[in-house]
Design a binder for this molecule. Sequence first.
Ligand SMILES: Cc1cc2nc3c(=O)[nH]c(=O)nc-3n(C[C@H](O)[C@H](O)[C@H](O)COP(=O)(O)O)c2cc1C
Length: 373
Amino acid sequence: MSHSTNNSHSIVRDPLKFAYWVPNVSGGLVISDIEQRTSWDIDYNRKLAQIAEQNGFEYALSQIRFTAGYGAEFQHEPVSFSQALLAATEKLKVIAALLPGPWNPAVAAKQIATINHLSHGRIAVNVVSGWFRGEFTAIGEHWLDHDERYRRSEEFIRALRGIWTEDNFTFRGDFYRFSDYSLKPKPLDPQPEIFQGGSSRAARDMAARVSDWYFTNGNTPEEIKKQVDDIQGKAAENGHKVQVGVNAFAIVRASESEAREVLNEIIAKANPEAVNAFGHEVKNAGKASPEGQGNWAKSSFEDLVQYNDGFRSNLIGTPHQVAERVLALKDAGADLILLGFLHFQEEVEFFGKEVIPLVRELEAARQLSTAAE
Ligand SMILES: Cc1cc2nc3c(=O)[nH]c(=O)nc-3n(C[C@H](O)[C@H](O)[C@H](O)COP(=O)(O)O)c2cc1C
């Protein structure tokens, strides 16, 4: 957790960071026929990235998908898409999704090092372990068991970091091998941040060992706190520092009832076949996660209408209500909130103008009361 100590009794946390999901795949972030004024094309996305960086968002997270499934008929490749967004912005950091298997760490390390130079250090990566068996089969990739996928992801991350920081990098893993490899040029310092997505035991243990950031599905502050305590406890034992990002689907409107109505309409217009098929696929993907704590293990039909349980974080209400709930997630240990919206351009701007300033006020008030303790 990122924090600085201002005296021996109190801890002042860094300001929360905000990220948005890059709509680089079609269909938006909900499996519903409700109107979504969001486009997956590059012109829409360039403008969105500019709006985001002008309105308090520090990061944008791209998605990797090789095939359609439950929406997302069209999918742009995230590394090249991220580079296009970086070229269109000045300070936004863009997190490119990487899927070990299709991506080999030698190629990924080289690509990202170059983009790091092109963007003066604004590229980061999200190493995802995969949930979509049909996608792996379609592109001729082996579908490993759940925990094996994480063993591969961990080697992938260790390889990335080794290639980026060491000369004559040598690595003997079960999935990847390197001999005396010296990447030139290496990324500029600070090194590209490495995010990961997933909540299972294997995902948490990987975060506590190697990732800079742990991204998890939406949840209540109570449930997020349990995960944070678990991960931060283990990370401390390992002498490793990791920060936590929590997903949320935000519906911020002038009144709470208006916001709830939008949620009801999203659910009412959900396509039940697609939602159930998505639920089947993701629950099946986690079957081999022995402890059953993975993302979606407890997701209801309503939760599954948003790909990453974003309604559970409950950022649905007025700007004041949402700002308070964002703070509750921070109190639970979140360092970053990852946001999805129905109408990205309008709502990223609205969130930045109406909610983030309230969050900053609440954070300042906390800081004052902590300092007074
Ligand atoms: C914020 C976030 C972003 C993700 N992005 C992607 C993605 O772009 N592509 C993908 O295939 N999986 C993505 N995933 C899914 C994860 O790779 C992983 O398969 C899933 O979270 C289940 O992991 P678990 O069983 O460890 O909980 C994402 C997950 C999270 C939480």
